[in-house]
Design a protein around this ligand. Structure first.
Ligand code: BV8
Ligand code: ZN
Length: 239
């Protein structure tokens, strides 16, 4: 059984994408029946889309809230939470996913670089902190207002917007000796570039996913297969 060698003085940076939540029943982006199948990115995942038709944007994210609320973590999420419990501060998890399945599996040392589904913030960026919000909004009139009067928007990083926690992420990549990337096609930046930064920092880079990603050339080890099936065994000997 192939394993990923992680030993005593290794620091592990993990990056996950939509593929890790596929076995939990959440659609990925690029699959034929993926999230983008029903909607053009431009209509639901850009600041321009929000200006043009904020009701449609809230309907898109409300549908994703309903789907994610039903979903349960799978063995891949749990294997990473288990690895965190063994490695402690030698472990860091960065996810592109906006679902909360990593948290449901017990992960704590993580950042959502593209935002979180069950969080909303002021669309006027008045400075008030984002708030936990699992409500679904079928019509614009239901969308709550910030105390400043502006409507709330999903706390999600749309295309053209700056990802969250980039300084922290860059710092963790610099310190990593192993980068493990799970279930991401390598098509969206800056996340798709992290593996190259890790290589430049001298780290071993491992990909686990259904198919070779677009940035396959930057990996020192590639294991193809379903993350829920592969990851527990691959990490079994990690210390
Ligand atoms: C920015 C939140 C400046 C929303 C998301 C031209 C060239 C290069 C870059 C650009 C360009 N033009 C524009 C850009 C920049 C743009 C970009 O990358 N565009 C792409 C389309 C070319 N990026 C941005 O705009 C970013 N911002 O650049 O700001 C900046 C830069 C640096 C520093 C400071 C500022 C913001 C991008 C974030 C957009 N928001 N998500 C939401 O979720 O609704 S991105 C969203 O799409 C996801 O979060 C994720 O990042 C991406 C989807 O990719 P994946 O997760 O990989 O999913 P995908 O479906 O593609 O693949 C799934 C994989 O899993 C497949 O490989 C499949 O084989 C595998 N799989 C399936 N089942 C399983 C499995 N693997 C294992 N097990 C299974 N069971
Ligand atoms: Zn406000």
């Amino acid at each position: 059984m192939e394993t990923i060698s992680i030993s005593g003085d290794d620091r592990v940076f993990v990056l996950t994408g939509a593929g890790i939540s596929a076995e939990s029943g959440l659609a990925t982006f690029r699959d034929s029946d993926g999230l983008w199948a029903g909607h053009a990115i431009e209509d639901v995942c850009t600041p321009e889309a929000w200006e043009r038709n904020p009701e449609l944007v809230w309907q898109f994210y409300s549908a994703r809230r309903e789907a994610a609320a039903e979903a349960r973590p799978n063995p891949a999420h749990r294997a990473l939470a288990e690895l965190e419990s063994r490695l402690g501060d030698r472990f860091f998890l960065c996810t592109q996913n906006v679902d909360d399945l990593h948290e449901k599996a017990g992960s704590r040392r993580l950042v959502h670089m593209h935002g979180e589904l069950f969080v909303s913030r002021c669309s006027a960026e008045c400075g008030r902190p984002p708030m936990v919000d699992d409500a679904v909004y079928a019509s614009w009139s239901e969308v709550p207002r910030c105390p400043c009067g502006a409507r709330m928007r999903p706390h999600i990083v749309w295309f053209g917007e700056t990802p969250l926690e980039m300084e922290r992420i860059r710092e963790e990549i610099r310190r990593a000796t192993v980068m493990l990337v799970v279930g991401t096609s390598g098509s969206v930046y800056p996340a798709a570039n992290f593996v190259r930064l890790a290589r430049q920092a001298g780290a071993r880079t491992v990909y686990v996913g259904l198919e070779r990603p677009l940035n396959a050339g930057a990996f020192t080890q590639i294991v193809t297969g379903k993350a829920g099936r592969m990851l527990p065994g691959l990490l079994a000997e990690a210390t």
